[in-house]
Design a protein around this ligand. Structure first.
Ligand SMILES: Nc1ncnc2c1ncn2[C@@H]1O[C@H](COP(=O)(O)OP(=O)(O)OP(=O)(O)O)[C@@H](O)[C@H]1O
Ligand SMILES: Nc1nc2c(ncn2[C@@H]2O[C@H](COP(=O)(O)O)[C@@H](O)[C@H]2O)c(=O)[nH]1
Length: 204
């Protein structure tokens, strides 16, 4: 039986490292990838939109989705819930399309339990000082929340060894090119045509 499912790619990394920036640039170049839009209880930031950046929900609505088993994974990060809708990911993979998740590490470890064949990529900052500069300069969080996110960053970096790949985001273009190479390489590993030929030889 040849596996015709798509591949699940998971991108994590500390808050402010540039996951969203890198992912948006990747999607300009790789139009065969499908992005799984997450659910969150955090407030919408200026410039964000429902169903584009996130599906924004109340705490009560989010907890109902947890109860109903509608989330593939979820976590509390700083003050809010974040989670991945299960149905979209499962249906899209079954349809043979690759799915890309951009999630923090607690959630990524839950995904690893259910999808050990997923490809786990950790985006790393050039330095902790640069990480702080990026999150401060983004200007979306209060000083208190910046500090809490930086505290989480240390815990997230501690989990880096659980990932298959580490990509340093010193330059967006270079980081995106590296992630594209990872995607291509994972496809070569699972090349369906090669597997079909191998099976033909075995059956011969
Ligand atoms: N390679 C880079 N060099 C310089 N600045 C960058 C680079 N990558 C991202 N940035 C900037 O860093 C800031 C944080 O980036 P971004 O919002 O993409 O991070 P994130 O990891 O998605 O954060 P969060 O997890 O908090 O959502 C942004 O202002 C972005 O423009
Ligand atoms: N476990 C999950 N983490 C998620 C999901 N969607 C986003 N995230 C991560 O949360 C933090 C904070 O995001 P922000 O938009 O408030 O800056 C960041 O690390 C995201 O990658 C998810 O579905 N599950």
């Amino acid at each position: 039986m040849i596996d015709e499912n798509g591949i699940l790619f998971i991108l994590s990394g500390p808050s402010g490292v540039g996951k969203g920036t890198v992912r948006r640039e990747l999607f300009k170049r790789a139009n065969e990838l499908k992005y799984s839009i997450s659910m969150t209880t955090r407030e919408m930031r200026a410039g964000e939109a429902e169903g584009v950046d996130y599906f924004y929900r109340t705490n009560e609505e989010f907890e109902q989705m947890i109860e109903a088993g509608q989330l593939l994974e979820y976590a509390r990060f700083v003050n809010n819930y974040y989670g991945t809708p299960r149905k979209y990911v499962e249906d899209t993979l079954q349809d043979g399309k690759d799915v890309f998740l951009e999630i923090e590490v607690q959630g990524a470890m839950q995904v690893k339990e259910n999808f050990p064949e997923g490809v786990f990529i950790f985006l790393f900052p050039p330095s902790l000082e640069e990480l702080k500069n990026r999150i401060v300069e983004r200007g979306t969080e209060s000083q208190e929340l910046v500090l809490r996110r930086l505290k989480e960053a240390r815990k997230e970096i501690d989990m880096m060894d659980a990932y298959d790949y580490v990509v340093v985001n010193d330059n967006v273009d270079t980081a995106v090119t590296k992630i594209q190479s990872i995607i291509q390489s994972e496809h070569c590993k699972r090349d369906r045509i090669a597997k079909q030929y191998k099976k033909l030889l075995e059956d011969d």
